[in-house]
Design a protein around this ligand. Structure first.
Ligand SMILES: [Mg+2]
Length: 204
């Protein structure tokens, strides 16, 4: 079972990974965006960590909803609303349970990813976050061991954005010039999934 503490540790692991990879995210975003993805997400997840520490929510759902609200209010551009929607919708789907199963988390994350797709009007193959998130949630099963498979699927999905033409977001303004670059949003989404796998491994 996964409790609120597990979810706080997951988000702390995301913050650490985003901090470590911020320069790389910004470098990717400078190729096909506006060079702020790393600094934006670093600011957002630092704020998430501070908010969770100040008043730790008692349930997994509340942890994710608080984190999502922090991201919406601190991360600029499209990333704030998209990541905020992912976490808030996932948190809402988890409800008020004090502990959730990996299967519940998988189902909730699928709802969160669907909400991201709806908000962005995007689908897999458009060179967005969804190219990492959709294969990741497809790989999630009813055991925490499946988190490692989701991590691999997300990383492969992010790598697979390199040859794609961007059809959504700022990179789509570049048209054909977006080809040959890894999508920053898919890359940061893979960090989120990697942090989930790390957190489960550390708890095992
Ligand atoms: Mg940007």
């Amino acid at each position: 079972m996964l409790d609120a503490e597990f979810f706080r540790r997951w988000l702390a692991a995301v913050a650490a990974l985003v901090d470590r990879e911020a320069d790389r995210l910004t470098e990717l975003d400078s190729a096909i965006g506006d060079a702020d993805h790393g600094s934006n997400l670093r600011r957002g997840f630092t704020a998430v960590g501070a908010a969770l520490e100040k008043e730790p929510p008692a349930t997994p759902g509340a942890v994710l909803m608080l984190a999502g609200r922090q991201l919406v209010s601190t991360v600029g551009g499209a990333s704030g609303p998209l990541y905020g929607t992912l976490l808030r919708r996932t948190g809402k789907a988890l409800g008020d349970d004090a502990e959730v199963t990996p299967a519940q988390l998988a189902q909730a994350l699928r709802a969160g990813v669907a909400a991201v797709a709806q908000l962005g009007g995007a689908k897999a193959g458009d060179k967005t976050m969804l190219d990492a998130l959709e294969p990741a949630v497809a790989a999630l099963g009813d055991r925490t061991e499946s988190f490692a498979a989701a991590r691999v699927a997300a990383e492969q999905g992010a790598l697979a954005t390199v040859p794609l033409l961007a059809r959504k977001g700022r990179a789509s303004y570049l048209g054909e010039r977006s080809i040959g670059h890894q999508d920053p949003g898919a890359t940061s989404s893979a960090l989120l999934v990697a942090a989930l796998a790390e957190t489960a491994e550390a708890a095992a």
